[in-house]
Design a protein around this ligand. Structure first.
Ligand SMILES: Cc1ncc(COP(=O)(O)O)c(C=O)c1O
Length: 400
């Protein structure tokens, strides 16, 4: 039986009496993660993979151990397959930067992508003179496999999709998409920014070649994220930056890159944050990702039902709660979404996100809503009482 009150006790920030429903932007951090970062600063603060002294040895052990925990958390075969970078955006840019277009001349993506998984491909397409095909799911976010099969062909080099839309909360059938991409000889990169925090992740099962994710959306610190790279691409993929830490040998006329994942982690990494992310994965493991997902669906179901009953409120995304995670976007009549969010904060102590959520192509093409939406997004420490507070507040705002 999931004990939300026990979870809440691990998040002292919740004592500030704010109903925090902006988790898709960034989650809160439990005490265990904060303490892990402090342990590094207080007990063995030193650089990693360099020194022979005891602090450096301990920091290196902890750093490598954190890689193993994170790799295990996403179902990667080993710590080698997960490079610790800054965030999802950096992971996607690494893939874009490394990609050669000798084997293809087309990129396929979707209109529901976050800018990080869209602008990146607009730039790559322009740089390499290749086509960018944009598949359009329907307004509920339902992925149109027939449309995708029309867009992809043997000239496709890469497919770039999110598993979960950060606006609609809908779930994209990435495994099927990966299988079709591979039939055409294309690579697939998944934006896992919302999947990894909200549901069990198994990169081997989904069959993607790359998956990028962010620590700060999954109880971890800011400034750290990961990029999973499949075995086949591990030594074909180019690091985004090179220099200290990425090299096994250098002479005046050449260099040899280190083994993975070090070859991708240039310069002194975000050591405390990597340790914190390992601790966040341990925390989520203890709760159980099936439980995390089930709690999300329970809260999303009530938000959906409640919002749909309020006159003048339009809810976006899947109408069936089981087809989404705890991310619900809505509009309140013609009220500007920022005004709704400001009122929720100032008068009701409720934090939500408002605006285009870094998904302007979707806002324009699917909804004709350049001002965007209001978005309430839940996580394991949110309660049904908090959801009722949100619903009551939105009802007040809708009544004017
Ligand atoms: C689906 C999705 N992709 C990418 C990102 C970018 O994440 P980051 O800012 O951590 O790089 C986000 C953040 O909101 C997101 O929700």
């Amino acid at each position: 039986m999931f004990d939300v009150e026990a979870v809440r006790r691990d998040f002292p920030i919740l004592e500030k009496s704010v109903v925090y429903l902006d988790n898709a932007a960034s989650s809160l951090t439990p005490e265990q993660v904060v303490l892990k970062e402090m342990e590094f600063y207080r007990e063995y603060r030193a650089n990693v993979e360099r020194g022979v002294h005891r602090f450096s040895q301990r920091a290196t052990e902890e750093y490598e151990w954190a890689h193993e925990i994170v790799a295990d958390f996403i179902g990667a075969p080993s710590a080698e397959n997960v490079a610790m970078l800054r965030n999802t955006t950096e992971g996607l840019n690494l893939v874009a930067n490394s990609l050669s277009f000798e084997g293809g001349s087309k990129i396929v993506t979707t209109v529901i992508e976050h800018h990080s998984n869209f602008v990146t491909w607009l730039r790559a397409a322009k740089k390499h003179g290749c086509a960018l095909e944009v598949v359009k799911p329907d307004r509920e976010g339902r992925f149109d496999m027939a449309d995708f099969e029309k867009a992809i062909d043997d000239s496709t080099r890469l497919v770039a999709v999110t598993k979960i839309s950060n606006v609609l909360g809908c779930i994209v059938p990435v495994k099927e998409v990966a299988s079709i991409a591979h039939e055409h000889g294309a690579l697939i990169v998944e934006d896992g920014a919302q999947e990894v925090p909200h549901m069990p992740t198994d990169v081997l099962d989904s069959g993607v070649d790359f998956m990028a994710f962010s620590g700060h959306k999954m109880l971890g610190p800011t400034g750290v994220g990961g990029l999973y790279i499949t075995e086949e691409e591990l030594y074909r993929t180019e690091p985004l930056s090179i220099g200290g830490g990425t090299i096994s040998d250098v002479s005046i006329d050449g260099y040899e890159l280190a083994v993975a994942p070090l070859r991708y982690e240039a310069g002194t990494p975000a050591i405390a944050q990597v340790l914190g992310l390992g601790e966040a994965c341990k925390y989520l493991e203890r709760v159980g990702m099936e439980t995390v997902k089930a709690w999300d669906v329970k809260l999303a179901k009530r938000i959906l039902e409640g919002l749909q009953e309020i006159e003048g409120v339009e809810v976006h995304g899947p109408s069936e709660p089981k087809n989404r995670v705890g991310i619900v976007s809505f509009n309140v009549g013609d009220v500007n979404p920022h005004d709704v969010a400001l009122t929720l904060d100032a008068e009701y102590d409720i934090a939500v996100r408002s605006g285009h959520h870094c998904a302007l192509p979707m806002m324009k093409e699917l909804f004709g809503l350049p001002e965007g939406t209001v978005r309430a997004s839940t996580y394991i420490y949110n309660t049904l009482d908090e959801v009722e507070r949100l619903l009551g507040a939105v009802e007040d705002i809708a009544r004017g």
